[in-house]
Design a protein around this ligand. Structure first.
Ligand SMILES: Cc1ncc(COP(=O)(O)O)c(C=O)c1O
Length: 467
């Protein structure tokens, strides 16, 4: 017991030293950035793009941004010291702070006029009748499942190859996630696989548009034609700019849910949205996102007087504040124009890797992918060595995703075994996600490509599965 206490004290001490070091580092970099700003003001060259950005922050001459500049400086230093390529860098311009400032200057911080503006933009973008901003994909999905009255005793079909959130929301509302394996070429849920998993308890199917390529939602709708009580909820967290055979998320389903998490193509740090054409369900989505209340705080004072509210159903707290929503309008307006640059980058990867013994996710004709993530698959026996080798070459990567039924929680609760979902399991054991983002420069991408080519020596003797 005493030993444990000592360990905790030691850990807290180490954290404090690290925080102090980081702050000191920030201070040093703040001074450096100020001198760079000076250079810029004097018309002297300030070096790399990143430094110029730092200078831009500093040029605002605002003591309040000092910590931000310091932290940013420390991040830049880490990048430059290790000469590494970040897995992801957001492209939010510093100028977007003005939209947040405008909210701060208004009397209303939580969901109000800004959210309504964004919701209207989303309806226009997706051609849906309704849109509801949420605090995350996860909370939006919980609100949607509650709106559909799904709970204990019900089943929801989800793919085994996805981010854990897709299944977790089903668990959270007390229903049972029923996993199906994915197509070995696209890694997407096949409508036929979903149909095979139907039981009298099935209440919804959640296809996931993994990495940005849309599932066959129209096909899923066809196989569910005899089951009007089974909802289709699209996990469109990766698919803001995606289309399939000319249709968009939300057009063939009961709801499509997006994520505006920090690394998504459209982001406000944390956030999400539900879009739907189900006018009958719209008031339910509105309420379950706000504790089941009949009116939101903003609507409570409309007409210049206080309007009573009631609790009409059980809901959660899933609304997005205007403070964060303010970052979205510009991105929604420009995202389609920004897609070609990422498409070009993804195509460069595809071309460069065509002759390598790697598996790539196949993109089907008729699918326009949002190119949210770029996954490669290497033989599982050498995956971790491959990650290490890429890291050593200064390329930061991640894994998206291990098969969900293979995680400790789901194995423990349901006793799943890898052979039940072999495609997802095998993909999850060999997957590596490469850097793919707007700010990735061509010379950096060239380095990633070279580093991936350099993995070939690892594959000698490994069995390369067919795509
Ligand atoms: C496929 C998928 N679904 C759901 C989520 C959850 O999104 P959020 O973090 O907004 O809750 C993510 C997040 O990365 C995701 O990748």
């Amino acid at each position: 017991m005493r030993h444990k206490k000592n360990l905790i004290i030691l850990a807290l001490g180490a954290a404090a030293v690290f925080a102090a070091d980081f702050a000191a580092e920030g201070d040093r970099w703040w001074a450096h950035i100020q001198s760079l700003a000076d250079d810029k003001l004097q018309g002297r060259d300030t070096g790399s793009e990143g430094y110029r950005e730092a200078v831009k922050i500093c040029c605002r001459d605002d003591g309040g941004v000092r910590t931000q500049a310091g932290t940013f400086g420390a991040t830049l230093k880490m990048d430059s010291m290790s000469d590494s390529i970040a897995f992801y860098r957001h492209a939010l311009p510093v100028e977007s702070a003005a939209a947040v400032e405008a909210v701060i200057a208004s009397p209303f911080l939580t969901s109000g006029a800004v959210c309504k503006t964004v919701e209207k933009l989303l309806c226009e973008f997706f051609g849906t009748a309704h849109a509801f901003l949420t605090s995350s994909w996860t909370h939006g999905a919980v609100a949607a499942l509650l709106a559909l009255d799904i709970g204990a005793g019900d089943e929801v079909i989800v793919p085994a190859q996805t981010f854990i959130a897709t299944a977790n929301v089903v668990e959270l509302i007390g229903a049972k996630p029923v996993f199906v394996d994915v197509d070995p070429h696209t890694l997407l849920m096949d409508p036929a696989a979903a149909a095979a998993a139907l039981t009298p308890r099935t209440r919804a199917v959640m296809p996931v548009h993994l990495y940005g390529q849309m599932c066959d939602v129209a096909g899923l709708r066809r196989v569910l034609a005899g089951h009007p009580d089974i909802a289709i909820i699209e996990d469109a967290a990766h698919a803001f700019e995606s289309s399939r055979d000319g249709y968009l998320p939300g057009q063939h389903s009961d709801a499509a849910i997006f994520s505006f998490y920090a690394t998504k193509n459209v982001t406000c740090g944390e956030g999400g949205a539900i879009v739907t054409n189900r006018t009958d369900l719209a008031p339910r989505f509105h309420s379950t996102r706000l504790h089941g209340m009949s009116t939101s705080a903003a609507d409570r004072f409309s007409g210049g007087r206080y309007n009573h509210w009631d609790m009409v159903c059980l809901g959660t707290k899933a609304n997005l504040p205007d403070l964060l929503a303010a970052l979205l309008p510009d991105q929604v307006r420009t995202i389609r124009d920004r897609l070609p640059a990422r498409q070009k980058m993804a195509d460069r990867y595809r071309e460069a890797f065509a002759e390598l013994p790697l598996r790539l996710a196949k993109v089907l004709p008729g699918c326009s992918t949002a190119e949210h993530l770029f996954p490669i698959h290497v033989p599982p026996a050498v995956r971790d060595d491959a990650i290490w080798q890429l890291n050593t070459a200064g390329v930061n990567v991640t894994v998206n995703y291990r098969s969900v039924p293979d995680t400790q929680y789901y194995r423990g609760k349901y006793g799943f075994r890898p052979e039940q979902f072999p495609v997802s399991y095998h993909w999850g054991q060999g997957e590596i996600t490469l850097p793919l983002y707007e700010l990735l420069r061509q010379d950096q991408q060239d380095r990633v490509i070279e580093a991936v080519r350099g993995l070939s020596s690892l594959f000698a003797g490994s069995r390369i599965p067919a795509s």
